[in-house]
Structure formats: structure tokens, C-alpha cells
Design a protein around this ligand. Sequence first.
Ligand SMILES: [Zn+2]
Length: 321
Amino acid sequence: MIKRALRILLLFALVTVLGLGLWARYGPKPKPAPAPVVVSQETPSEAPEVRPGRDSRPPEAHLVTAAKGSMRNPSEGSCGPYRRVSDVRQQQLLEICERVAAPLEGAFRRRFGLEPRGVPREGVFLFESRKAFQSFAQKDGRLRAGYAGYANGAKGFVAIPAGSLDPEIFATTLAHELTHLLLRRAMGPGLPPWLSEGLADAMGDPATPAGLGELTGFAGVEGQARRLRDAYRGGVAASVQSIVSRRRSEFDQGALSFDYEQSALLVRFLLLHPALGPRFRSFLEDIAGASIHDPEQLPQALGKSWSQLDGEFRAWVLASG
Ligand SMILES: [Zn+2]
């Protein structure tokens, strides 16, 4: 009896073991526990920072040939970090070139808080005669070369009829045109014209034959301030919103335009304003490298409405004299 009971017990144990084995092999599998979330203590490797703006370009060879072809006895040298091609006879102009161009990039960084990309490789073409300058400008496809000079960052040069300008105007023009090259390196091409011209004037207007000056009050823009005051009093000045919204093809058109004056003074007003200055510099940094510029970004960045901005700027200009 005991033997029989023992046999039944053994059989039962055998079936149980077999069953458990089969269950373990073919039965439903337990779900794997979720992998623990590992928070890495390492800082992720940083991608190399790509600066907005464009790399500088050396002047195209055919343009150097064209510039030299328009000059009488051209020679080469340097103008700060730039390659100078010139036929100007007054040594004083070459000295001004050096005094203005050498410290320009450092002053640009400090004044605007912007960092130009790469190194300067462009050329500075200085013409003794206005006729030679105009002949070069025509070869370059510029039909309107009545200016005191122009810059073309994409082709890598600035061209100035230096010998036909008085030293004051030459210093201002050179700093203005070289700033266009720096703006291309720091912010890229295609800036709205008010900003491009206003920033170039913020470096150009304080420059003198002694070198770059500081941006203070209305120093260096007394004439522009007077013209703009008269325009405000006569009710013919455009609003800040319309200046900021102008495209290149709309800028400085018509017989009575104050676009250059308003751009120069608006940028100066913003740079010198104790509260708006830092906001304006952040705005410049934010829009650097952008391919599309929305005028509404300016009042947003400054925390002002268009009419507030217009009123404060106008009051500042009118208080200048
Ligand atoms: Zn300009």
C-alpha cells in the first residue's frame, strides 16, 4: 500500500517536473524589464561653430587688371590688412588709408558687437582721377558711378576716386566702404538698405584723416542732422517704419530723399541709446546670416511700437539744434 502510494507520488512529481519544464520552454515569456534610462554625465561633443556671414573674397583677377588699366603708373601695396592697388600721388592719402583700415575691424567688433567671419582678403582700388575711377566703374558694369566710391564684397573690392576727394571725405568714404565688406563677412549680403547704410555710416562718419573716431552725439553728422531737422519741421520726412521697410530698389529714390540721413541717424540713435543700444546689438546678432528680413523684427526686438520709435527718434533729432 505504501509502495503504491509512493509510486503515485513519484509519477505525480515526474508529471509536475515535466510540465514545468514544458511551461518554461513554450509558455508565455515574461516581458523584458524596460531598459533603465541612463543620463550621460558627459557633455555632448560640441559641433564647430559656423559663423553667419560670408568669407571674404580676393579681388577677381580681371578686375585688378581693369583697375590697373584705368590707372596711370599703378602700384601695389597695403592698406591695413587689405591689398592696395593705386595710382594716387599724395602720400598723405596712403597714410590715411593705413590709419583708417588697420584698426577698423577691432572698432567694428566693439561698436556693433559683431564678429566678421574669416580674414580680410579684399582689395582697395584707389584712383588718382575721377575719370579713371568712372572708366573702371563702367568696365565693372556700374552705370551710376557718381558716388565718392563703392564696395562690392562679392567681387572682393572697394573702389574710390581718392585723388579727387579732400582728405576728410576720403577718410569717411574709405571707412564707410570697408564697413560694407565687414558687414558681408559678419552678417551676409542682402541686409535691408537702411541698416547696411546706417551701419556703414556709423563707422564712416566719425572717421577723419587722423583715423577712426568715436561715435558721440551728432559729431560728424551735423549736416545730416540739420537737413533731417528741416525735413521734420517741414513735414516731409518719412516715418521710421517706411525707412526700415524700404527695399534696395526703393531706397533713396526721388528728388527729395532723406533716406541716407534718416538711416545714418536712426542707427546712431539706436547705438547710443542707453536702454535700446544693447537690444539693438542683440537684434543685429539675431538677424546675422538671415536670408529674409522682416521689418517687424526691429520694433519687436526693441520692445517699442512703430509710433513710439518714430516719436522718440524724431524728438532726438529735433533736440540736436
Ligand atoms: Zn554705402
